[in-house]
Design a protein around this ligand. Structure first.
Ligand code: CDP
Length: 245
């Protein structure tokens, strides 16, 4: 949706929230805060507040849904009624079914699913507060929760969005930019190899703009990956130190 009355880029080239085009919103993450889940993570990204919890791997029921060769990674993305401006009707809708699917696919590409045939790994993503980019923030939190559950993965998955507003390629769109900008491209990246495990696009960009957007997203993915590693180390190094006393 474009709106000519709303100015998204300031005279000095900064954005309405003061960020440079290639600057992320503030991100905070914490691992392992739920006792009853096998793994969990909480993430704040801009105004997004997201909790992810993992159960499994455990035997898949009903049996006809089992995959004899690998585990099924089943993510469920859900928005709390109070997470958005207009109360969200509880329960799945078309959007959350789509997001659950793309997140499941992205996580499946990272998890070593062949190590756990016939099982299911459930990943619950609860959006407590939404502020644009919830799918990529949810994906980032989910991969941390999987790591916390001790599930072997080829790599952590990093979510990130790039896009275009008023002709400028920018990183990590906020709510106004998402609503009134020209394009947004949510991405899931495996930072070690640079593989893309989630790629969607809303709006139009030229090939050159898309290349710039991908470059920005890759650089940001490295930065977010460092935060993920730190969040994991904060818990596990501390536990190791305490255990060693
Ligand atoms: O959240 P994400 O950017 O991955 O998905 P979106 O469908 O592009 O939604 C963008 C934003 O719109 C969300 O993050 C919410 O802030 C908002 N939204 C909303 O206010 N009400 C909804 N029912 C769905 C989304």
């Amino acid at each position: 949706m474009e709106n000519k009355d709303i100015k998204l880029i300031n005279e000095d080239g900064t954005r309405i929230d003061g960020r440079r085009p290639d600057e992320l919103r503030p991100i905070r993450m914490k691992v392992g805060l739920l006792e009853r889940a096998d793994g969990s993570a909480y993430l704040e990204w801009g105004g997004n507040k997201i909790l992810a919890a993992v159960y499994g791997p455990r035997e898949m029921y009903p049996k006809h849904q089992q995959d004899p060769a690998r585990a099924v990674v089943r993510a469920r993305y859900s928005m709390a009624p109070f997470s958005v401006d207009e109360r969200k009707r509880p329960g799945p809708d078309r959007r959350s079914v789509e997001l659950s699917m793309v997140i499941s696919n992205a996580l499946s590409a990272a998890v070593l699913t062949e190590e756990f045939p016939r099982t299911v790994i459930d990943v619950f993503i609860e959006v407590l507060q939404a502020d644009a980019g919830t799918r990529i923030a949810g994906l980032t939190a989910a991969s941390l929760a999987l790591a916390d559950a001790g599930i072997p993965m080829r790599d952590l998955v990093v979510g990130c969005t790039a896009g275009k507003i008023e002709g400028v390629v920018v990183l990590d769109l906020n709510k106004e930019e998402d609503n009134y900008g020209e394009a947004d491209v949510p991405l899931g990246i495996l930072p070690r190899t640079g593989e893309i495990v989630l790629f969607q696009m809303d709006g139009m960009m030229t090939e050159e703009e898309l290349c710039t957007a991908l470059d920005m997203a890759y650089n940001a993915a490295m930065e977010i990956h460092r935060m993920q590693v730190k969040a994991l180390k904060d818990v596990y190094m501390k536990e190791a130190e305490e255990g060693g006393e």
